[in-house]
Ligand binder design. Structure first.
Ligand SMILES: [Zn+2]
Length: 596
């Protein structure tokens, strides 16, 4: 073959007009699963996972811009992404941005999955450049760039018509709405109107999570329905139709589980599943006028060709008694957002934790007062807690103040007992330094050992609190100012736990006059369990972004500074403790280096 012929042949390969086929048809025709990829090598067959066809083929529908997919485990979701990238390389070369939660996930997916497909499938020969970098796969007419959601700002320079955002509920929390996955995708594709495609995929986490929000706001939502082998009734596979005996052991359950048709009650076993799937179809859950721009698809692992009804039931049995495992089952296997029972605090329940002591009065059992101040741009939220033996706590007062002078007065006040006799003054109070930082440092330096600068930790920490020396510019004080970094999640967990303790010793209580607005703020957050680096991590998040949580933050600061003065060591039967407080060495602030 001479050089010219060679050139012409190559040119024909490269400039061969695209076939008029859809992604699913392309995969059936060209994709081969090599032994590098799977233990069962052979041609790709969409008929095994027919629900993926419509999702992948959205790429070929010019009207659709956003494709939302709530993907559970074991249904082949990752393959859909591989097929879309493969199709683009082979049929309509263009730029792709593939965003994943972090660096490790990106490298794994690129080198362990996608590159293997591109190297072993004939159709990519002469198109895909095998010397591509892991995070930048090059091919004729385009590229597939991998993006790290952990540093989303670095993606700002990339303009692409196709963006795939995978596992969007695992993306790190962003400080501003500007950096949300949705905004990111819209920005990156805005130069390609009428051509752009945004794929948002994830296992759901919470109703407030990215993927559930997108699902709820999609123009059209679809569920996959399959026919009953006995009566032919089309239905979505639902967990509550799976029949098994909870009292059997896990092994028995794997064999004795079946699916009950919601129409005829038919006893559907796993052997019927492949045929049901093949006859399955996506059914719209809502109607709209005109063509949808965003479409959303939801599945659960009952549809998986690789998971039996019995394995699903066994997974449930193994998970049901452990919050974290159960949450994983709901998210990853049922493809549903998690609504925790015990990790949700409700304002109404909290309002039942009111004592009969009015606002501003120190309860009889109290030996110590501490405060917390949350700083906002224009005002301060403050709160004062009374503490007694056994970590007993009651909010005795709270409010809003406009100036630090007001805060000073509030914290200097002697609060009376029920007879009106002055009983206790705030011993220490924590002030948030997140906003107006220099101003707060100045204030704390003017009130040494009473006003304690605090800040919630932005990274996980083991201790309850740790000190950090602050170097001031003017160095007015010889002793450096000590800022306390607080493990807010730990304190929030403890407060939530103490709210469940019946009123009395060890309980976290409200005074008789606490109102609903206060209770709403205290219960504005709920506990979320996430896995980070294979480890379960609990964090507190706002239930909805609109909720105010200032007095909740005040409660954390107040609790943390109470710990700094050894509140946990308060003993019963020391009625004079408060009068002696001035000489009470144990109540002094800890020395530098002390940690909890
Ligand atoms: Zn039936």
């Amino acid at each position: 073959m001479d050089a010219l012929e060679n050139l012409v042949n190559n040119a024909c390969k490269i400039f061969k007009p695209p076939e008029r086929i859809k992604v699913s048809e392309w995969a059936d025709k060209y994709r081969y699963m090599s032994s590098e990829e799977t233990s069962r090598p052979g041609p790709w067959r969409t008929s095994i996972v027919p629900y993926l066809a419509k999702i992948m083929d959205c790429l070929n529908d010019d009207d659709i811009e956003k494709v939302i997919f709530l993907k559970p485990t074991q249904i082949g979701g990752t393959e859909a992404g591989i097929n879309i990238v493969g199709y683009i390389i082979d049929q309509q070369p263009s730029r792709i941005l593939y965003v994943l939660p972090d660096e490790d996930t990106m490298r794994d997916f690129s080198s362990q999955r996608l590159q293997k497909v591109l190297r072993t499938n004939e159709c990519f020969k002469d198109k895909y450049r095998e010397d591509s970098k892991d995070l930048m796969l090059s091919f004729h007419g385009g590229f597939c760039k991998f993006g790290n959601a952990s540093s989303a700002t670095k993606l700002a320079s990339w303009s692409v018509p196709v963006i795939i955002l995978d596992e969007i509920d695992k993306y790190p929390k962003q400080a501003s709405k500007e950096a949300s996955p949705l905004k990111l995708a819209e920005e990156r594709t805005k130069n390609w109107p009428g051509k752009r495609k945004m794929f948002f995929w994830s296992t759901p986490t919470l109703k407030t999570g990215n993927i559930w929000q997108l699902w709820e706001n999609a123009d059209m939502r679809f569920e996959f329905q399959v026919p009953c082998p006995f009566c032919g009734h089309y239905q979505a596979l639902e967990w509550n139709q799976v029949r098994f005996n909870v009292d059997e052991d896990v092994t028995a359950i794997q064999y004795n589980t079946h699916y009950e048709c919601c129409s005829c009650g038919g006893h559907i076993t796993d052997q019927y599943k492949p045929e049901m799937l093949e006859k399955g179809r996506w059914v719209a859950l809502n109607e709209i006028n005109g063509k949808p721009k965003s479409v959303a698809f939801k599945l659960n692992s009952l549809y998986s060709p690789w998971v039996t009804f019995g394995q699903m039931a066994a997974e449930f049995i193994r998970s049901k008694d452990d919050q974290l495992l159960l949450m994983n089952f709901v998210n990853s296997w049922l493809g549903e957002p998690w609504e925790s029972k015990s990790a949700v605090m409700e304002a109404d329940l909290l309002l039942q934790h009111k004592t009969d002591v009015p606002m501003g009065i120190v309860p009889d059992w109290a030996q110590l007062l501490t405060g917390g101040v949350d700083v906002q741009m224009g005002y301060f939220y403050w709160k004062i807690d009374a503490w007694g033996p056994g970590v007993t706590c009651q909010t005795i007062a709270y409010g809003r103040a406009l100036t630090l002078d007001e805060i000073e007065k509030i914290m200097d006040t002697w609060y009376p007992d029920k007879n009106g006799k002055p009983k206790l003054q705030v011993w220490v109070y924590g002030i948030d330094t997140g906003y107006r930082t220099e101003e707060i440092y100045d204030y704390c330096e003017r009130h040494p050992r009473v006003a304690i600068p605090v800040k919630g930790s932005s990274t996980p920490m083991v201790q309850r609190a740790r000190p950090s020396n602050i170097e001031r510019k003017d160095k007015l004080n010889k002793v450096p100012l000590q800022l306390w970094i607080i493990n807010t999640d730990t304190y929030k967990n403890e407060i939530a736990m103490r709210m469940e303790i019946p009123m009395g010793k060890g309980s976290w209580m409200l005074n008789a006059d606490c109102d609903r607005e206060f209770a709403e703020q205290i219960t504005s957050e709920h506990r979320v369990i996430q896995t980070k680096g294979g480890r379960a991590v609990e964090t507190w998040e706002k239930k909805t972004s609109a909720k105010q949580n200032h007095w909740w933050d005040c409660s954390v600061y107040s609790f943390a500074v109470a710990d700094l003065v050894h509140m946990r060591q308060l003993q019963e039967d020391e009625p004079q403790a408060q009068e002696q407080a001035e000489e009470f060495d144990d109540m002094a602030l800890p020395e530098p280096g002390f940690s909890l």
